[in-house]
Ligand binder design. Structure first.
Ligand SMILES: *[C@@H]1O[C@H](CO)[C@@H](O)[C@H](O)[C@H]1NC(C)=O
Ligand SMILES: *[C@@H]1O[C@H](CO)[C@@H](O)[C@H](O)[C@H]1NC(C)=O
Ligand SMILES: *[C@@H]1O[C@H](CO)[C@@H](O)[C@H](O)[C@H]1NC(C)=O
Length: 556
């Protein structure tokens, strides 16, 4: 260490002479004591040793004054022309004496003719030429964040090889709000600094505190040395995991594929290491025990997935309770509400509650034909169904809540349409809409509303005279558009308009076929012509009939 530049204008020295003359010995012995400060410049004068020893300066050369000492010869020399004692080499008290409280260099000043030996003691006084110094530039200290205020942490002392007040006297800590400094004394009396925690530490706020520790000595001027205190705050599990919300809502379409992600939960924990390592799990509650299997949670990532297919029609909501637990055992809870959204996956269903078939063709408009019910298993718009009849048929659809009545719109005629196919289409309002159709076959029941009819209003038959009795002479046909008995025709001769009232006995008619037979031979000379009326009646109830006139001409 370089000596400090002190301006010593004079040499502070002090001489204690105690020269003892011993007449018992041929030499003269004495003791001289000088006191100097260390680190004096080379060639500085300490004192005039010749004067102090009472030697005649003129005789110094002849008496060969010299310094004899194994240790001190290198530090001092005497100038023989004036008797001054000089510094020969740098004197560092710390090297010579270390921590000793007093430090001396001793030598013998020897003169010859006569021989005399003087003991000279030079006391080396300390100057403040060393600054306090810490062994480490940085002192690292680990403190657990939950440590209570008042806790003390011993710090390594600074070293200063100077002694007394020039050595370390006090310590100082840079400004901060968490720590103060105190001093403690070891059993050997040495002092060392201690750090005192004043205020609880929070690693989550500040995990490292850097302070400057200064050691000061008591010299003039004061010298100092510093080190950095690096205080590492060790995590304690003082933070529980936190979910960003206590409840999360998720909407899922009911057709979401199995294994899809529902939500990724992230709880955070302000601690570090294992204290911040979060494990997720479901918590069973009486409300959700039966649907736990529908979902799974990844204990590390917090990802919730679907295990089974959803079905809106079975369950519309699920409530999951999730726990996040850190490595220190602190927990947080949250709820996940899963709402299942209906997807339009069901077409409306058309069911026929009642159907009157066949219906008589004379049914009045307004007559109810059928009652149908529409149902859609979806919900909302997906279950809102419009219903209509898509063909041009004489029926109306009347809405009645979920029911529809099919009623007759106008009169119908079996003879025009034997039956009707009524196609009903039901369409929901989903996107895209789904629809279904259903065909009702309605048969029409015949009513005897048509009489048998003849193609012509009159017929004429020409029969040669002398015909064979029993021969068929004509066939007359009526038709009836009704069906069954209503169309079954019975023919009869209802009237004979002729001059001879006995004509009836000449003719007969097959009631089923309408074939006319002559019962006898006609005689042209007797009857030239007949006029008969044929009635065709159907078998309906009541029966309908029509008449036709038949002229029978006898040919000569
Ligand atoms: C959790 O974090 C992931 C990834 O950052 C993010 O996608 C997800 O939405 C977060 N979850 C919640 C519930 O905030
Ligand atoms: C009704 O539908 C059936 C079966 O498709 C068909 O045979 C029948 O001719 C249809 N009837 C009418 C009146 O269109
Ligand atoms: C047909 O003739 C008979 C007998 O003359 C008569 O009673 C009946 O009313 C007639 N029928 C019709 C439809 O004119």
């Amino acid at each position: 260490m370089e000596p400090p530049i002190h301006d010593y204008t004079g040499i502070r020295w002090q001489v204690t002479i105690s020269i003892l003359f011993s007449w018992l010995c041929h030499s003269v012995s004495g003791q001289i004591h000088y006191s100097i400060v260390e680190e004096m410049r080379k060639d500085s004068v300490i004192a005039n040793v010749a004067d102090d020893l009472g030697l005649d300066i003129k005789q110094l050369s002849s008496r060969k004054l010299r310094i004899v000492s194994r240790a001190s010869e290198k530090y001092f020399y005497v100038k023989l022309d004036n008797g001054n004692l000089h510094i020969k080499d740098r004197i560092d008290r710390e090297t010579l004496c270390g921590a000793e409280t007093t430090c001396h260099l001793m030598f013998d000043a020897v003169v010859a003719n006569p021989l005399n030996i003087f003991k000279v003691t030079v006391e080396i006084q300390d100057i403040n030429d060393n600054s306090p110094q810490f062994y480490h530039n940085t002192i690292a200290l680990e403190i657990v964040e939950l440590t209570s205020p008042g806790a003390r942490f011993a710090l390594q002392s600074a070293e200063d090889p100077d002694i007394g007040s020039n050595s370390v006297q006090t310590y100082k800590l840079s400004d901060n709000q968490y720590f103060t400094l105190t001093e403690n004394i070891r059993t050997d009396g040495s002092k060392y600094p201690e750090l005192v925690l004043e205020k609880p530490l929070d690693r989550e706020k500040q995990d490292i505190h850097r302070l400057i520790l200064t050691a000061l000595d008591g010299g003039n001027p004061i010298r100092s040395g510093t080190t950095i205190l690096k205080i590492i705050v060790i995590d304690a599990n003082d933070n529980a995991p936190i979910f960003s919300q206590d409840m999360y809502k998720v909407s899922l379409k009911e057709n979401i594929p199995v294994n899809s992600t529902v939500i990724i939960l992230n709880a955070t924990d302000n601690d570090e290491g294992i204290n911040a390592q979060i494990t997720y799990s479901f918590m069973k509650t009486s409300g959700n025990i039966h649907h736990m299997g529908k979902f799974s949670i990844n204990s590390t990532t917090g990802e919730v997935k679907i295990n089974e297919n959803m079905n809106f029609d079975i369950a519309k909501n699920y409530e999951l309770s999730v726990q996040a637990k850190d490595g220190g055992g602190l927990v947080a809870h949250c709820k996940v509400l899963v709402e299942v959204i209906d997807v339009n996956d069901n077409a409306p269903e058309i069911s026929i509650t009642s159907l009157s078939s066949p219906i008589p063709e004379d049914s009045a408009p307004g007559t109810m034909i059928a009652l149908i019910e529409i149902h859609d298993q979806d919900s909302g718009d997906n279950a809102d169904v419009d219903c209509q009849i898509i063909e041009n048929v004489p029926f109306n659809l009347l809405s009645l809540d979920n029911y529809y009545k099919i009623v007759l719109k106008t009169a119908i005629d079996r003879e025009k349409s034997l039956s009707f196919n009524i196609t009903i289409i039901a369409t929901d309002r989903g996107s895209p809409p789904l629809s279904s159709t259903r065909v009702l076959t309605l048969d029409i029941l015949d009513i005897n509303d048509n009489p048998p009819t003849f193609a012509k209003s009159t017929y004429a038959a020409y029969v040669p005279e002398n015909n064979l009795p029993g021969a068929s002479i004509f066939s007359i046909q009526a038709s009836d558009p009704d069906t069954g008995d209503n169309a079954k025709i019975i023919y009869s001769i209802s009237n004979t308009i002729t001059e001879s009232p006995s004509t009836t006995s000449y003719l007969s008619i097959n009631i089923e076929t309408g074939v006319l037979y002559a019962q006898r031979s006609f005689d042209f000379e007797q009857n030239k012509e007949f006029l008969i009326e044929v009635t065709a009646s159907d078998n309906g109830s009541p029966s309908l009939s029509s008449n036709v006139t038949l002229f029978i001409h006898i040919v000569d």
